[in-house]
Design a protein around this ligand. Structure first.
Ligand SMILES: C[S@@+](CC[C@H](N)C(=O)[O-])C[C@H]1O[C@@H](n2cnc3c(N)ncnc32)[C@H](O)[C@@H]1O
Length: 202
């Protein structure tokens, strides 16, 4: 599993995550970011070229050294200063109330201790700051959700810890966030993998 995780999975994540269908979601999300931005699970840095006006700097946190290497190239070409940090979202190496926007794209599914990561997000977010997210997660249809629960243990092993069945809005609320905007949509593909939560929490 170590070889798969280090040498195969990062390439698979990069390939899957750079599909064109995700670009409009990324553009909308990043377009709402302002000020000092923290991106959790920055991955291979696919959002980095999209940051522009209104953003002073971006800190990207990512535990995978292989994905961080891929992100470095995109960081160098970004229009805003980018700092990449090898760390996990559960232990953010940032001061309290130090960022204006947190960006999370398809990351909350994978963070092992999601409650701890969201508590850290609240700690580093300035009062009035926003947590912007686009995530896949638990589908509203009970039949699909049942399949998500069934497939989750296997999928998690194949996809580097990604959960299919996380109720993203409920997790944000349980962490003390208030959701200001939430939209649902679906990507093409298996219904267990494609139900999206997109929005803004404060
Ligand atoms: C599906 S990928 C999404 C990558 C990127 N956000 C994007 O939009 O392309 C999930 C990401 O979550 C990262 N991740 C896993 N555990 C994490 C943790 N504890 N803290 C932060 N990120 C984590 C993975 O390494 C991976 O980069």
């Amino acid at each position: 599993m170590g070889f798969y995780r280090r040498h195969i999975l990062p390439g698979l994540i990069e390939l899957t995550m750079r599909q064109q269908a995700l670009l409009p979601y990324r553009q909308r999300l990043v377009g709402m970011a302002v000020g000092e931005v923290l991106e959790i699970g920055v991955g291979s840095g696919l959002n980095l070229p999209l940051y522009g006006a209104g953003v002073r700097s971006v800190v990207g946190v990512e535990p995978s050294a292989e994905l961080l290497n891929l992100a470095r190239r995109r960081a160098a070409a970004a229009a805003v200063p980018v700092e990449l940090i090898g760390s996990s979202a559960e232990v953010l190496p940032l001061a309290d109330a130090s960022v204006d926007t947190i960006v999370s794209s398809w990351t909350l599914c994978t963070i092992p201790d999601i409650a701890r990561a969201l508590a850290e997000a609240r700690r580093v977010l300035r009062p009035g700051g926003a947590f912007l997210f686009v995530e896949h997660g638990r589908a509203p249809e009970s039949g699909v959700a049942r399949w998500q629960d069934r497939l989750d243990p296997l999928w998690r092993r194949l996809a580097g810890g990604c959960h299919l069945n996380r109720p993203i809005d409920a997790l944000l609320r349980a962490a003390g966030f208030s959701i200001q905007r939430l939209e649902h949509s679906r990507l093409k593909g298996p219904p267990t993998h494609t139900f999206l939560y997109e929005g803004r929490a404060v």
